[in-house]
Design a protein around this ligand. Structure first.
Ligand code: 0GY
Length: 263
């Protein structure tokens, strides 16, 4: 099946910026291969295959040491492709799963052994169907004793309505995609230049305000990009612009994600 969006960049550029030793790409995905790990029937888009081998090759090419593999909606609650990638990563990958409350405790424990450290609550309507808050609360209550966290993906317009739910969760909460800021809002510092420039001030501000909590990821293989496939090497070259000092870069790429996923 052909993807409903542009496939990932076939040959990203080699970044000029060299990440520090132990750097973690803290948000990326594996898709398929469909022949081995079929996509979910309830998916809202059909991805291109983006298997673990390609992710690990990209990790090495970009100069990263580890990955955090986030379960994407196209695989729904079938976490097998993600777990298979964790198990063949030589302890160099951790995972964030998508589960329903029907998941068995033994399954959660097996996922924990494989390297899963969180569950994703996805509120983006174009990607998933609605799940009641009380169900999410029950899931959070069950994964809290495993010392997992909840990754929340939402659209900025929904934050006022979601905020009290997030702050009441019994776990650490990780905000996906910087909380999807509207880069056309008045706080922007730039409107000129290449496509991602408008996003840089938002990322930079997060690094400044939350130096000991912010984490960074490529988002490879970038599902649902309609105009152009991001050059992952160019994305890595944005890092010194959002985290200008070596100390900020080490916190962003090594210390913060390692504490969250490998301790
Ligand atoms: C991402 C973003 C997207 C997709 C998913 O679960 C997903 O399918 O997260 C998106 O379309 O914004 O994290 O890659």
């Amino acid at each position: 099946m052909s993807p409903g969006y542009i496939p990932f960049h076939p040959n990203p550029s080699k970044p000029k910026y060299a990440p520090p030793a132990g750097a973690v790409d803290a948000h990326c995905h594996v898709f398929g291969p469909e022949s081995k790990f079929p996509y979910a029937s309830e998916r809202k888009y059909t991805p291109c295959d983006a298997p673990k081998e390609k992710l690990f090759a990209l990790r090495d090419f970009l100069g990263f040491d580890k990955n955090v593999i986030v379960q994407a909606s196209c695989h729904s609650k079938d976490n097998r492709a993600m777990i298979d990638a964790l198990e063949s990563s030589n302890n160099k990958a951790r995972g964030v799963a998508f589960v329903g409350e029907e998941v068995a405790d033994a399954e959660l424990k097996a996922m924990d052994r494989a390297g899963v450290r969180g569950v994703r609550f996805n509120f983006v309507r174009r990607l998933v169907d609605f799940t009641p808050r009380e169900v999410l609360n029950r899931i959070a209550g069950r994964v809290a004793p495993l010392n997992w966290h909840i990754v929340v993906y939402f659209e900025m317009a929904d934050l006022p309505e979601l905020e009290s739910f997030f702050t009441a969760l019994p776990t650490t909460v990780v905000v996906d995609h910087m909380g999807t800021p509207d880069v056309k809002c008045p706080e922007r510092m730039t409107i000129a230049g290449p496509p991602y420039d408008d996003v840089v001030p938002f990322a930079k501000s997060l690094v400044e305000k939350f130096p000991d909590r912010v984490i960074w990821g490529t988002d490879w293989p970038h599902p649902n990009m309609k105009k152009e496939a991001p050059d992952d090497g160019a994305l890595v070259d944005y890092i010194p612009r959002i985290a200008p000092t070596a100390a900020a870069q080490k916190a962003l790429l090594v210390d913060n994600p390692t504490r969250l996923y490998w301790s």
